[in-house]
Design a protein around this ligand. Structure first.
Ligand code: HEM
Length: 410
């Protein structure tokens, strides 16, 4: 039976020598009972109607990776998805991938840096980019859902091809940065020869609440982010705006994932007045309430005018332009993370921003429709730049013993 990562360490501390785990220093304070208790907490089921990592309350950390497929063989792609699904299931259960190696001459099945850590609510969500359905050799053209197309050029795009697109994506989210790193690293290792990593993004500080149980977090502009997001408990909204219920069998119960790497010009933002910041977003900085209001969750007073006859929520404010009320009721599920990747050498500023992730039933009708409008009119454009972009079709959930995208290969 595969060992949980915690149990493995605990048993090593109880005298099982030679498992190659280095010092026993990790084990102080741990016993088998606490290891067993850890096993039952922080585990998000891998199997289910939908892949985990969409409706799951957003965890604190992200490692997202996009891969190019290096094979024209459908059988090899199928084998990859089987191997990835098995490894993802083991990791989400807080277990090592495979077994402890008995053979000192072979590389270990698991790289080891997550040993001793809990599952940390790890979810691993897989998606397929539009490109794999164009590859004649793979023979998947008939399985292409009509809603899966490359995103069109959008206003304000300053995209870098090297941090955009890709054939397969892996979204790993957990409450521990080492757990998400371990997940992506090991999937890349398992996929070597079949896929090559094209780009990857680490994220911290979830920028959305996706459950009513979660307090609204703040993005790097210091604003509450996720107030008006779809919450997983709103199952009607999830069905209407997130889960796909038509098209080929493999996409049913799935969704479409759009990523946008958005650079935020923090230095310019930090020099703008509190009033400007609040008018740019349309909400108050400290309590997150709409301008003119006092409670975070009260409706946007879109019809109200100030004493000068100007709208209280400015015409070019981010929330007015993005709100369901001004977009025929349209919504998306936002599930993004903040990032920082060192210094922008051209400016000497922090290279930081929002790794925007949105789930929806139809990217053209939802994300693209919103961004066409935001990219032209949003007051926020003064402070942001979209530098990376990708779209993926996320297959539906996995039945016990199955693997992600199984019906694509039927
Ligand atoms: C760095 C870029 C962005 C920042 C800093 C940002 C920030 C915010 C903030 C602070 C809110 C208000 C709180 C809330 O309801 O969540 C908000 C709302 C929203 N944002 Fe963004 N956002 C960004 C990009 C985008 C993009 C690219 C889209 C979609 C194309 C988007 C769609 C929305 C939507 C739909 C809402 C809810 C509006 C409402 O119904 O009130 N945002 N955003």
């Amino acid at each position: 039976m595969p060992l949980s990562r915690r149990r493995l360490l605990a048993s090593a501390g109880l005298g099982a020598a030679g498992v190659g785990l280095g010092t026993g220093g990790y084990l102080v304070g741990h016993d088998v009972a606490s290891a067993q208790a850890a096993e039952t907490s922080g585990i998000v089921p891998f199997y289910g109607e939908h892949q985990a990592g969409i409706a799951t309350p957003a965890q604190d950390r992200l490692h997202f990776a996009s891969f190019d497929l290096e094979t024209e063989s459908k059988a090899e792609l199928r084998e990859l998805m089987e191997a990835w699904s098995q490894a993802a299931r083991e990791m989400t259960e807080g277990r090592m991938i495979g077994n402890e190696n008995a053979n000192v001459y072979a590389p270990p099945d698991d790289t080891g840096e997550a040993l001793g850590l809990t599952a940390g609510n790890l979810t691993v969500t897989f998606g397929f980019g539009p490109g794999i359905f164009d590859r004649a050799g793979l023979g998947l053209a008939a399985q292409r859902p009509t809603a899966l197309r490359p995103l069109p050029a959008l206003p304000g795009d300053e995209l870098n091809a090297l941090e955009s697109d890709g054939d397969i994506c892996v979204q790993a989210c957990a409450d521990d940065p080492q757990v998400v790193f371990h997940a992506v690293r090991n999937l890349a290792r398992i996929g070597r020869g079949t896929v090559t990593m094209r780009w990857s993004q680490l994220g911290f500080g979830r920028t959305s609440a996706t459950s009513r149980a979660q307090e609204t977090p703040r993005n790097l502009f210091g604003m509450k982010d996720g107030t008006a997001n779809i919450k997983a408990e709103d199952t009607d909204a999830m069905d209407k705006f997130v889960w796909v219920d038509d098209g080929p069998a493999w996409i049913r119960g799935g969704s479409y994932l759009v990523t946008r790497r958005i650079r935020m010009n923090l230095e310019v933002w930090d020099r703008s007045s509190l009033g400007d910041q609040e008018e740019t977003i349309g909400r108050q900085k400290y309590n997150g309430a709409p301008l003119g209001g006092s409670d975070e969750f009260e409706p946007l007073p879109l019809e109200d005018k100030d004493s000068n006859g100007e709208p209280v929520i400015p015409a070019n404010s981010h929330v007015r332009l993005a709100s369901a009320q001004e977009n025929d009721g349209l919504q998306i599920l936002r599930r993004g993370y903040s990032f920082t990747d060192g210094v922008d050498q051209s400016l000497g500023d922090l290279e930081a921003g929002l790794f925007f992730i949105a789930f929806q039933r139809d990217p053209e009708k939802q994300f693209v429709a919103l961004q066409r409008k935001l990219g032209v009119n949003d007051a926020l454009n003064e402070y942001i730049k979209h530098v990376g972009s990708a779209v993926f079709a996320v297959p539906g959930g996995v039945e016990k013993g199955g693997f992600v995208g199984e019906s694509l290969f039927a």
